[in-house]
Design a protein around this ligand. Structure first.
Ligand SMILES: Nc1nc2c(ncn2[C@@H]2O[C@H](COP(=O)(O)OP(=O)(O)OP(=O)(O)O)[C@@H](O)[C@H]2O)c(=O)[nH]1
Ligand SMILES: [Mg+2]
Length: 456
């Protein structure tokens, strides 16, 4: 349903009036001020040209313009106005801009104390909105008591259309507004400021981010082919979907193997993501097992479960773990829809991993998934992520919950099944991957420095 006019609509009205740039200042709104003829006159009399607009539940938007002031004469006053017109901007939700000019020599408007806006004459009205007062119905509509049918097309050239084609054949409106129209330049609406600075989304930035991410590699001096990134998070938070997302950005290889599954992405990017079993309230990856993973003792594809815990004397236990087997950055994957309502015990669990990681000096980040479900703005277009107040609030909230810096909280949208590749989803993923690789690179640079100190 159309609820307010856009800048494009105002541009359209401006071009219909046809005398240069115009400003539109809302004088009266029945949902704000009440549907009373007295209030309409109090707010709109002697204001010069005005633009009246009505909205209905079907999504139709229509009304009239007059260059003559509304007034409160003692008896009903018909006035001619060669500049007046009726119009339709939307019909049942579709943008259908049409102007219906006043017929030459005909009455354009009628003013009186008891009348709301009336286009036409006292006896032959084309668009008569209401008289006296109207209360809202239980459905939230105002069932206007005027008439836009009987004499529709009498004073205005409505091109033979019926009132049904004008306003769906009824005068139940959800809003009626009157704007003062004055000469002047409208200020362009202020662009919302992004809450995180990023380059403008587009094909160029997608290409350059891809190249940048491919160019981030572990220090050559270390025998480490990939950055090993561990994904940790509650059940169903989107960990496996993250692996698919990165794979789809880099056209990598996805193997659907169980538990501690390393996903490499061909030769294109030095990144290995370790997907883990979801953390549940009761059954979970204990800290010792997590520590074994971090230290590289758990072989790839090892099936970890609470009933199948790795022990130091197991044959699979990798005793001689090298830096290339260890985790270089851990990423908490959190479902954006429910992270705000996370239970205390789940938060405690995540914080205990976090404590372990911090004590081991392993950098950490958090990916927030499902941001498409979080707000309309992002659902419509993922490039709005950094403009969305809802995403911003969540990112800041998660930073506080996990006590992580805000720049390590990274919103993403995963691909759901059978979705086509999308440029904006890929850009958001690459921004997150780049940040995670920076953290892992820092960690390995530190390791390199430590190794060289030990060698001296
Ligand atoms: N709309 C939407 N759905 C998502 C997103 N990420 C994941 N999902 C859906 O959430 C569900 C769980 O995703 P998974 O990737 O399997 O989650 P997981 O963390 O691997 O789950 P476990 O391995 O069971 O702990 C799936 O149905 C996904 O399609 C997202 O960003 N947006
Ligand atoms: Mg999974």
């Amino acid at each position: 349903m159309v609820k307010s006019l856009t800048e494009k609509d105002f541009d359209q009205v401006e071009s219909w009036i046809g005398t240069g740039p115009k400003t539109f200042n809302l004088l009266y709104s029945i949902t704000r001020d009440g549907c009373y003829a007295s209030v309409f006159h109090q707010k709109c009399d002697n204001q010069g040209p005005t633009f009246t607009v009505m909205y209905n539940k079907e999504g139709s938007v229509y009304g009239g313009y007059t260059s003559v002031s509304w007034s409160t004469p003692t008896t009903r006053l018909d006035q001619t106005d060669n500049a007046a017109f009726l119009y339709q901007l939307y019909y049942s939700g579709l943008n259908t801009p049409k102007k219906y000019p006043v017929k030459t020599g005909h009455t354009a408007i009628c003013s009186a104390t008891d009348l709301g806006p009336l286009f036409g004459s006292n006896h032959k009205f084309d668009v008569f909105t209401f008289s006296n007062s109207i209360q809202t119905s239980s459905s939230g509509e105002y069932n206007l008591n005027g008439d836009m049918q009987t004499h529709f097309g009498k004073n205005y050239d409505t091109a033979g259309i019926s009132s049904k084609e004008f306003n769906n054949g009824h005068i139940r409106v959800t809003e009626l507004e009157v704007y003062a129209v004055k000469d002047g330049q409208r200020k362009p609406p202020a662009l919302p400021t992004p809450w995180r600075k990023t380059a403008e989304f587009g094909p160029k930035v997608l290409g350059s981010l891809k190249e940048e991410v491919k160019g981030i590699n572990p220090p050559e001096e270390l025998d480490v082919p990939h950055f090993n990134i561990l994904l940790l998070g509650p059940l169903g938070s989107g960990k496996s979907s993250i692996c698919n997302l990165v794979a789809s950005v880099f056209r990598g290889r996805i193997s659907h193997r169980a538990r501690l599954t390393p996903y490499t992405f061909g030769d294109t990017v030095s990144l290995q993501l370790y997907d883990t079993r979801g953390v549940a309230e009761t059954d979970t990856l204990d800290l010792l097992q997590c520590n074994f993973i971090l230290d590289g003792h758990v072989p790839d594809f090892y099936e970890m479960s609470p009933t199948h815990l790795l022990k130091c004397d197991d044959a699979e236990f990798r005793h001689q773990a090298a830096l290339k087997n260890k985790i270089h950055c851990a990423v908490f994957v959190l479902d954006g829809l429910i992270v705000g309502d996370m239970s205390k015990s789940m938060l405690q669990k995540l914080l205990s991993y976090r404590d372990l990681l911090t004590r081991k000096g392993i950098p950490q980040a958090a990916l927030i998934t499902k941001i498409d479900k979080l707000c309309e703005q992002s659902a419509e277009n993922i490039s709005n992520t950094f403009l969305s107040p809802a995403v911003k609030d969540l990112v800041y909230n998660v930073a506080d919950l996990l006590n992580l810096p805000r720049n390590s909280i990274l919103p993403v949208k995963n691909y759901e099944e059978e979705m086509e590749s999308d440029e904006n989803i890929n850009i958001l993923a690459l921004l997150a991957v780049r940040q995670i690789l920076f953290f892992a690179e820092d960690y390995l640079e530190n390791m390199k420095d430590k190794q060289s100190i030990l060698k001296v």
